[in-house]
Design a protein around this ligand. Structure first.
Ligand code: GTP
Length: 378
């Protein structure tokens, strides 16, 4: 029971937190997709007033429909233009989700001015809420889903409450076209909206877990190469814009093959985890450790090369001082690493160039006897 409570808390915390880099990338693509869909639907809405006039509808009705369709189109095009600047505007998913929900409420209010039961019993327009909530799954951000769901429930609940408060007789809510509006069917609709919100939030949560797994190394729980490829451009952009320094350290455990050969692969895995535990001891702000693969790691430090060298060298000494014990009473085995450093921007302005230069220096460290950190040539 307690475990269930804790996992529920974890789910809520995960949904309310800012998505990680990969999810934000996926979400930005989703926002653009939603914006394109919205623009398409808005374009089709322009045909409705035309259909209305051809079917002999009143000019006033047609003009109201046309004004509504133009309004929706203008916004749809604005959202589309903004969505093309991927991730520039962090508020965009919230603004567009609020727009989708509020546009549905606006249409229901317009229906209410003409015929009250149409506002509360129209199935087609009300489904706009469900669609607005469902498409938030494409933005891959739990916060947007919960926001859209809550907003839809509040707006529709408010509209329903206002109409029930305004009527002077129950007959006003009886319609030959839309049936009878009752408090219980209104509650059912609100419940359905809450259920759709929860299901959509669970879809987002599952996606977050999958993406998290794809960006995490299974053995050490460190971020992996995929994570680094998505995160690094942002870090480099931030350094470029803020004028800050960034150093990439390529770290390779020394003679790791011996650990496997002498103790076996299983103990080799434990030795890797031991090394990672030391590398992660007292992590500092602006420092990221990634497992590139095998016994190779990348540490990204928001520091100039000189200060980064001191930090990585201190970690190197810590690892050398904390040997790995494969089992209780076994002879402790000293582990060391070699590292090559490269600094942004002087050694490279993108990840591949920085890694190439760091690798050249790592090879120098290996050649010169291992258990050392090299930050410059000569
Ligand atoms: N147990 C275990 N071993 C791994 C893992 N990934 C890579 N290795 C081993 O790491 C060893 C790497 O060996 P080499 O590339 O020859 O390098 P090294 O022995 O560390 O020697 P230098 O890098 O030259 O100091 C190989 O034996 C791999 O099998 C892993 O996840 N678990």
């Amino acid at each position: 029971m307690q475990a269930t409570g804790r996992s529920l808390r974890d789910i809520v915390a995960a949904l309310l937190s800012r998505p990680d880099e990969i999810m934000l990338e996926v979400g930005a693509g989703g926002e653009l997709l939603v914006a394109q869909l919205r623009a398409l639907v808005a374009g089709l809405l322009l045909l409705l007033p035309l259909g209305n006039i051809l079917a002999g509808g009143s000019v006033a009705e047609t003009l109201i429909g046309l004004a509504g369709a133009v309004f929706v189109n203008i916004f749809a095009l604005i959202w589309l233009a903004l969505a093309r600047f991927r991730r520039r505007f962090q508020w965009l998913p919230f603004a567009t989700a609020a727009f989708d929900v509020s546009a549905t409420t606006l249409v229901l209010m317009l229906l209410a001015t003409n015929h009250l039961p149409a506002a509360l019993n129209s199935m087609i327009v009300w489904c706009g809420y469900l669609l607005a909530i469902l498409v938030t799954a494409l933005r891959s951000d739990g916060r947007t889903t919960l926001f859209a769901g809550l907003l839809a429930i509040l707006q529709y609940g408010g509209l329903s409450w206002a109409i029930f408060a305004l009527i002077t007789s129950p007959e006003q809510l009886i319609s030959s076209d839309y049936g009878t509006v009752t408090p219980s069917n209104q509650v059912q609709r609100l419940l359905l909206m809450a259920i759709v919100t929860l299901i959509t939030a669970m879809v987002v949560y599952r996606m977050q877990r999958l993406v998290e797994m794809s960006g995490t190394d299974g053995l050490t729980r460190l971020p992996n190469r995929t994570w680094l490829l998505h995160r690094m451009p942002r870090l480099l952009d931030a350094a470029r814009q803020g004028g800050g320094s960034l150093t990439v350290a390529l770290i390779d455990l020394d003679h790791f093959k011996r650990v496997n050969d002498e103790l076996g692969h299983h103990s080799g895995d434990r030795a890797l985890r031991h090394a990672v535990a030391v590398l992660r001891t007292s992590p500092e702000n602006g420092e990221w450790l990634v497992r590139l693969g095998g016994e190779e790691f990348v540490m990204v430090l928001r520091k100039p090369v000189g200060t980064a060298w001191e930090r990585v060298d201190a970690i190197r000494r810590q690892l050398a001082e904390r040997p790995f014990e494969s089992e209780r009473g076994a002879e402790p085995m000293q582990m060391t690493f070699s590292a090559g450093l490269a600094g942004f921007p002087q050694d490279g302005v993108d990840l591949s160039r920085l890694l190439r230069r760091a690798d050249q220096r790592l090879q120098v460290a290996k050649r010169d006897g291992r258990n050392r950190v090299v930050a410059r040539e000569g």
